[in-house]
Design a protein around this ligand. Structure first.
Ligand code: ADP
Ligand code: MG
Length: 326
């Protein structure tokens, strides 16, 4: 039998040389200690994944390990912060070695890609629940806050949207024309292994070229709505300009519009920036190998106006995902 402490030691505590210098004290004491860079602010965010709510029962543990950390890093990216480390609170129905090995592998592959360490956490028996808290840092005044959008700003999107939602629709048998097996698999990669846009967010913040940002977790229309509400502004969004995912791009226009505008689980960045920043933003996007697309304009008039490529109003009846009303 694997005890709570053996489990932590075996799967989550790593050799000291694997712990980056910003961690003064890692797993094993009552608290971890991090050594912040003098003069910088600490960015902190938590995200929880619950079985049956955020992922299906029986989900591949390797993909879960990746996604649990990826969605947290995405929040740091949306702020423009540099990741430092993270904690992991786990409720597990059983101490299953196969599950733990897969989960740790997915988790640490992504952690190593960003050179960040797991610095502590909590482990308990219970319905499968994964809660990660990430810590990052950035210079005062540089954070890409939701409330910072200004009339006249362009609205930009990183990467592509909607393939994760398309994969979900495939799993749920919601599609009039089911996807072929290869397409379903390709779309599912976007759903299960999102790539947090950390370098893009950090560069946008550090170079001071963007105003507001948010990561798209609940669908663009809903998440952009948070920027508009916090900033006290409105916007016009060109739905046909939205960059659809590779698989979604092969689907009928109605589906393409709906899933790219309000699909959810994309983990791309939506950010606003003055027109004067266009060239600098394209240069940053090229330097971090992350495509960006201009999709609309922030306006003083409140509300979100969806239009098609010709500028005609679209009534898509879309909303963001809400855990208590959806
Ligand atoms: P405490 O009783 O003080 O809460 P625990 O006995 O729960 O401490 O944990 C012992 C050590 O292991 C602590 O340093 C804690 O941060 C760490 N830890 C517990 N669970 C995890 C986990 N899932 N991942 C990483 N570290 C963990
Ligand atoms: Mg504890």
């Amino acid at each position: 039998m694997l005890s709570e402490f053996d489990l932590i030691k075996e799967y989550f505590q790593r050799p000291q040389h694997a712990v980056p210098p910003q961690v003064a004290l890692g797993i094993g004491d009552d608290c971890a200690l991090i050594a912040p860079t003098p003069g910088l602010q600490t960015a902190i965010s938590s995200d929880m994944l619950v079985e049956g709510r955020h992922f299906f029962a029986g989900e591949d543990p390797l993909r879960l390990g990746h996604k649990a950390l990826a969605v947290n890093l995405s929040d740091l990216a949306a702020m423009g912060a540099r990741p430092l480390g993270f904690t992991l609170a786990l409720a597990l129905p059983a101490a299953d070695r196969g599950w733990l090995a897969g989960f740790a592998q997915g988790l640490f592959a992504l952690a190593d890609a960003f050179n960040i360490a797991l610095i502590g956490g909590d482990t308990t028996k219970g319905p499968l629940t994964i809660c990660i808290t990430v810590f990052g840092e950035l210079a005062p005044g540089q954070a890409l806050r939701r409330g910072a959008a200004r009339p006249g700003d362009d609205i930009w999107i990183s990467g592509t949207l909607g393939d994760a939602r398309l994969a979900l629709a495939g799993y749920r048998l919601e599609l009039a024309q089911p996807l072929d097996a290869d397409s379903q698999r390709a779309a599912a990669v976007r759903m299960h292994t999102p790539v947090p846009r950390v370098e893009l967010g950090m560069q946008l913040a550090a170079q001071g070229v963007a105003h507001a940002a948010i990561d798209i977790s609940d669908g663009l229309v809903g998440d952009l709505g948070h920027i508009l509400a916090r900033s006290g502004v409105g916007a016009t969004l060109d739905v046909d300009a939205l960059p659809a995912g590779d698989i979604l791009a092969t689907q009928p226009a109605a589906l393409r519009r709906a899933y790219s505008a309000a699909g959810g689980d994309d983990y791309e960045l939506c950010f606003t920036a003055p027109v004067a920043s266009r060239e600098a933003i394209l240069a940053i996007a090229a330097s971090v190998a992350t495509p960006v697309t201009r999709v609309g304009r922030i306006e003083a008039q409140p509300g979100l106006r969806l239009v098609d490529a010709a500028g005609a109003p679209l009534d898509l009846q879309l909303g963001g995902f809400d855990h208590f009303t959806s």
